[in-house]
Design a protein. Structure first.
Length: 202
């Protein structure tokens, strides 16, 4: 890599162009825009990315094991194009863009990145039956998984050590089986975790 090559960085207010009819498009847009680092102060060796165009070949947005997570990024300042067969490849591509946007990483003005997972199962297990974690910590772990492009979350929810699942039909399982009062998840919190995991591509 030529260290004197122009650095490609996001311009303040960089535009993300994505078909709004695609499910989760609004979430991806807000997630990207809320986290994109911009560099308003630049030198003569900096090329600004002013807009990102997203192209999706297949409109299927069902999260399932074995879906196509490949993507391609074409850097052509001031416009960058993200191409993927499915929405989940777009999610990975946007994560890559966020991670690449580093002032210390020079990139040629014209460059193409193609990436795809080497393994279909890239998972992590959380055992909250033995080590209870608040809902916000589980969400944070899911975000970290998405940043690492992991895609399988195994939640070991209950076991002999504790039963932190508040069932409407048998609430005593949690009230008597949790480590401490309040150290449990109800149906609403589990729905929130599962819904957030889907948005993270997990």
């Amino acid at each position: 890599m030529n260290k004197n090559a122009p650095q490609l960085v996001f311009a303040p207010g960089v535009c993300l162009h994505m078909d709004p009819s695609v499910r989760l498009a609004d979430f991806f847009f807000s997630h990207f825009c809320d986290n994109v680092p911009t560099h308003p102060h630049r030198d003569s060796n900096t090329e600004l990315i002013e807009s990102i165009h997203v192209v999706i070949a297949i409109e299927n947005t069902e999260l399932r094991f074995g879906h196509d997570e490949s993507y391609e990024i074409n850097f052509r300042a001031p416009t960058t194009t993200v191409s993927a067969n499915e929405i989940w490849g777009v999610r990975h591509a946007l994560e890559t863009l966020l991670q690449l946007n580093d002032n210390d990483t020079p990139r040629n003005q014209e460059q193409t990145i193609y990436d795809a997972p080497s393994f279909p199962w890239r998972g992590l297990l959380l055992d909250t039956s033995r080590h209870f974690l608040p809902e916000r910590d589980i969400m944070r772990q899911l975000q970290a998984m998405a940043m690492s492009k992991m895609n399988v979350f195994h939640w070991h929810l209950t076991d002999a050590q504790s039963f932190p699942f508040l069932l409407k039909s048998r609430p005593e399982l949690a009230t008597r089986g949790a480590h401490k009062p309040g150290m449990w998840y109800d149906a609403a919190s589990i729905r929130r975790v599962v819904g957030f995991a889907e948005k993270m591509g997990v």
